[in-house]
Structures are given as C-alpha cells and as structure tokens.
Design a protein. Structure first.
Ligand SMILES: NC(=O)C1=CN([C@@H]2O[C@H](COP(=O)(O)OP(=O)(O)OC[C@H]3O[C@@H](n4cnc5c(N)ncnc54)[C@H](O)[C@@H]3O)[C@@H](O)[C@H]2O)C=CC1
Ligand SMILES: O=C(O)[C@@H]1CCC=N1
Length: 279
C-alpha cells in the first residue's frame, strides 16, 4: 500500500520533526513505518520516540538500506560527511529526498549508488502547523513515481509546487527564508504600536489579526495584492501617508534585495559544499 512505505529520516532535527508530525497527522503513514537516525543526540531521539512513537533502528545501516524513502534532513554543511558515513548503505531502488538548502541533487547523486532517485525539496518552518510552501525538483534519476511520493509527503505539511532545479535557490530565498521576513515585519508593526502607546498584548493581537486577515483576503478573494492595497488606501488618507513613507524608505526594494541576497547565499552554500575541498 502506497502509504505504508518505510520512511527513514537521516537527521532528526526540527525540519524532520515537522515533516514526520505532518505525515502522522495527515496521511495514513503510521509511526511504525517511520525511522529516525541522528548523529549523536540520543536525548532528541528518545523525545521523538516518546512523542510520536517513531522508531530508532538498532541496525542503522540495514534500516537505511531497507527504507523505501530516505529523507536527508541534516544541515547543509553536514551533508558531505553524512553521505560519506551512510552513502554506501543506500540502494538504487530508493527515493532519496533532501531538504538541505543549497545542496544540489548532483552532489547527492555522486555520493550514493548509481541511479538512485534523488528529489530536492525546500519546505519552510510553517510546516510545523501544516502550512509549508514546499518546492520540489527531481534529480536525473528520479521518475514520476518518485516525484509523486515526495508530493505525497510534503502535501501532508502544506502546499507543494514542482520547479526546475535551477529555480531552487530562488525558492530558498523567497519561501524558504520567507517566514523570517514576515516575522520581522510583525516585530516592526508590534514595536510601532507599542511606541505609539498600545499595550504589548493589544499591539500583538491587532498585528496578528491584520496579518491573518490580509493573508485570507489574498487567498480567498483571488484579487491582486495591488488591488487589495488600493482598496485600503483612501485618497489623502492615513494609508496613503503610511505607504508614501514606506516608499521613501525603499520598503519594496529592501524586500527584493533581501530575497536576491538569500538566493545568492543559497548558491554560495551549494558551491561551498560542492567544492572538492568540502568533499
Ligand atoms: N529551518 C528552516 O527554515 C529550513 C531548513 N531547511 C533545511 O533543513 C535541514 C535541517 O534543518 P534543521 O532541522 O533546522 O536542522 P537541525 O540542526 O535541527 O537538525 C539537523 C540534525 O541532523 C543531524 N545530523 C547531522 N549530521 C548527521 C549525520 N551524519 N547522520 C545523521 N544525522 C546527522 C544533527 O544531529 C541534527 O539533529 C537543513 O539542511 C536546512 O537547510 C529547509 C527548509 C527550511
Ligand atoms: O536559513 C537557512 O539557511 C534555511 C534555509 C531556508 C530557511 N532556513
């Protein structure tokens, strides 16, 4: 049965937890079909075992070999050593999915047995509440069924889009890092409210509801953001005054530059770890 594939997480940090909790809550995958392996933090593994009833295999190499899907969920700078440690246990019938920022499918393919399917995914931390925006792309040996399995997994923690690998750095800069930009915006709005005399709880409540209301308007009305913005903005009114100040301080340009810089950083991470010295 499709949902009863054996899924193994190599790297059991926060992203692994978000994905496995989504799988358990929103698909038919059961905890006995999920294995978790971490580098050293046994306390962390114990917590995941207790909370989700997932399993930490005794024979790690065998478990990796027997898994249908292996999810690589370690930090990008640990990927090279992890694949050196475990890469020979992989097998060509498997689907290997990496969530590591900047690491190419090629980098992984070169370190595991030939013709093993590799999918690269870029989720975001909203996966913790089932609201990730995840982009997926396939490596040279991944076929439609591998992609479908990845879509199944990441649909359990939010929405998915399939892109070409050349676009993964852009995705990382936009939706991978994106939640942080939004939180930064929320911090600023709250701070502005407090500076203007509101209590912190009132500033927070108004800011959060404004954020969620605007997000729902975008999602549910289907109207263009510029049109929704226009509807808030009365000629000569308060919003116009506020927006003019944002424009004077290069609000849009700042965000565009932030996404561009994060995209560039994703490329840098990729080339750093793909360099011969890092192998
Ligand atoms: N935090 C975010 O917003 C996002 C993170 N990512 C990516 O997700 C990946 C994981 O991030 P987090 O979960 O935040 O990291 P984390 O640090 O919480 O977890 C990584 C885990 O990998 C384990 N690990 C390291 N080397 C290992 C090895 N050789 N064998 C087995 N386990 C090993 C570590 O012990 C650690 O528990 C990163 O590559 C990151 O780029 C992707 C999308 C969004
Ligand atoms: O900051 C990072 O490198 C990771 C990748 C995307 C979000 N967090």
């Amino acid at each position: 049965m499709e949902d009863q594939k054996q899924i193994l997480f190599l790297g059991a940090g926060s992203m692994a937890e978000a994905i496995l909790s989504g799988l358990l809550s929103n698909t038919q995958t059961t905890a006995d079909r999920i294995h978790v392996i971490n580098l050293k933090n046994t306390e962390r593994i114990r917590r995941l075992e207790e909370k989700y009833r997932v399993l930490s295999p005794r024979n790690k190499r065998e478990a990796i070999h027997n898994a249908d899907t292996v999810i690589l969920a370690m930090k990008p700078n640990d990927m090279g050593s992890a694949l050196q440690q475990w890469g020979s246990c992989f097998s060509s019938g498997q689907c290997v999915i990496s969530v590591a920022a900047g690491i190419s499918t090629r980098f992984i393919e070169e370190r595991i047995p030939a013709r093993t399917a590799v999918i690269r995914a870029m989720p975001n931390t909203s996966s913790m509440v089932g609201a990730s925006a995840t982009a997926l792309c396939r490596g040279q040996d991944a076929d439609d069924s591998d992609l479908q399995e990845a879509i199944r997994i990441f649909s359990s923690i939010g929405t998915t889009v399939v892109v070409e690998e050349k676009d993964m750095d852009a995705v990382t800069g936009l939706s991978g890092s994106g939640p942080a930009y939004i939180y930064y915006l929320v911090e600023a709005l709250e701070q502005a409210g407090i500076s203007a005399g509101l209590t912190p709880p009132v500033a927070r409540r108004l800011t959060l509801q404004t954020l969620m209301g605007a997000a729902r308007m975008l999602a549910e009305t289907g109207e263009e953001p510029a049109e929704l913005r226009r509807k808030v903005t009365s000629p000569g009114g308060t919003t116009m005054a506020g927006l003019e100040t944002l424009a004077q301080h290069h609000f849009q340009e700042s965000l565009i530059l932030a996404v561009q810089r994060a995209r560039q950083r994703s490329k840098e991470l990729g080339s750093t770890f793909a360099s011969p010295a890092a192998r």
